[in-house]
Design a protein around this ligand. Structure first.
Ligand code: MG
Length: 295
């Protein structure tokens, strides 16, 4: 009888043990996730790329993001500048001509220039080329209909497959309603990426635009590790350096999601600077590291 009670007690305890071990694993994953910080090329102080990279290394920045404009002609320059450094190529920020939803020759221009950038991005080991299908102000643009959404997914599928062949991806960037009303939430972009059905179509989140989200945590979780490829960061009042807008610059909720996901990509500075760059930049880096710890 005592044995039977012991067996029953053990069975009742088993789920609790399983839950505890699952929680422990999640905690370990969270604490092991590194904060990989990245600067866009214009962020660092320094007159040349070499000087900027030296400065970035002094702050422990491990990623570089550059514009796609003229990238094909910069492959050797960037490769040799990164050689021997603890800085990797991160995302490529747009830089193409035309747009994918154009109704006129701007579509051909997009196809040609975007593919050129994607090829170069693959050569320098970039995780992807950031793009927006159409800004609100771009015209002539395909109408906002179901057919256009289907067309977008087909076109993205082709582009994504091309990117995979080049060893990289294309990354959809959700903006805000003033710039891109149909793709303003990370989940909007993630759903389009899923429907594009290509391993080469990914998404990102930009903490600046993400002020339209109801939850930073839920936004990143909606993309998950399958789609989330890059993150942009700025202060949340004026789009300056993180920390320059005081209390508004709280990234903990989003950071908590990135840590729980075990996100291995970069958090990249895309912002202006209100104060003196030489003092504001190190302070911003310190603030983000502190909030990452607290998240
Ligand atoms: Mg951005």
């Amino acid at each position: 009888m005592a044995g039977a009670v012991a067996v029953a007690a053990a069975a009742a305890l088993a789920p609790a043990n399983m839950l505890a071990s699952r929680a422990l694993k999640a905690k370990e994953k969270k604490s092991a996730t590194p904060l990989n910080l990245c600067f866009q090329e214009g962020i660092a102080t320094g007159a040349t790329l070499e000087e900027k990279l030296d400065y970035m290394e002094s702050l422990g920045i491990t990623g570089l993001e550059v514009s796609g404009r003229g990238l094909a002609g910069r492959v050797d320059e960037i490769k040799s500048a990164l050689k021997g450094r603890n800085i990797r190529m991160a995302a490529i920020c747009a830089g193409f001509g035309g747009f994918i939803l154009a109704e006129d020759e701007q579509k051909d221009k997009f196809d040609r220039t975007m593919r050129e950038i994607v090829e170069a991005a693959g050569k320098i080991g970039s995780c992807g080329v950031i793009m927006v299908p159409a800004f609100n102000w771009q015209s002539p643009c395909r109408p906002h209909t179901m057919d256009t959404r289907n067309y977008l997914c087909e076109q993205l599928h082709e582009l994504g497959e091309f990117a995979v062949q080049c060893g990289t991806t294309v990354i959809l960037e959700p903006l805000n309603r003033k710039e891109c009303f149909y793709m303003r939430l990370v989940s909007d972009a993630a759903a389009i990426a899923r429907d594009a059905d290509s391993k080469g179509v990914k998404v990102m989140g930009d903490f600046w635009h993400m002020q339209e989200e109801t939850s930073d945590y839920a936004a990143f979780m909606s993309a998950g590790t399958e789609y989330l490829q890059h993150v942009h960061i700025a202060s949340r009042g004026r789009r300056k350096m993180p920390g320059e807008d005081g209390e508004k610059d709280n990234y903990r909720d989003g950071f908590r999601a990135l840590k729980e996901l075990g996100y291995q990509g970069f958090v990249s500075f895309e912002c202006g600077c209100a104060g003196d760059r030489a003092t504001v930049l190190p302070a911003a880096v310190e603030l983000l590291r502190k909030q990452w710890e607290e998240a």
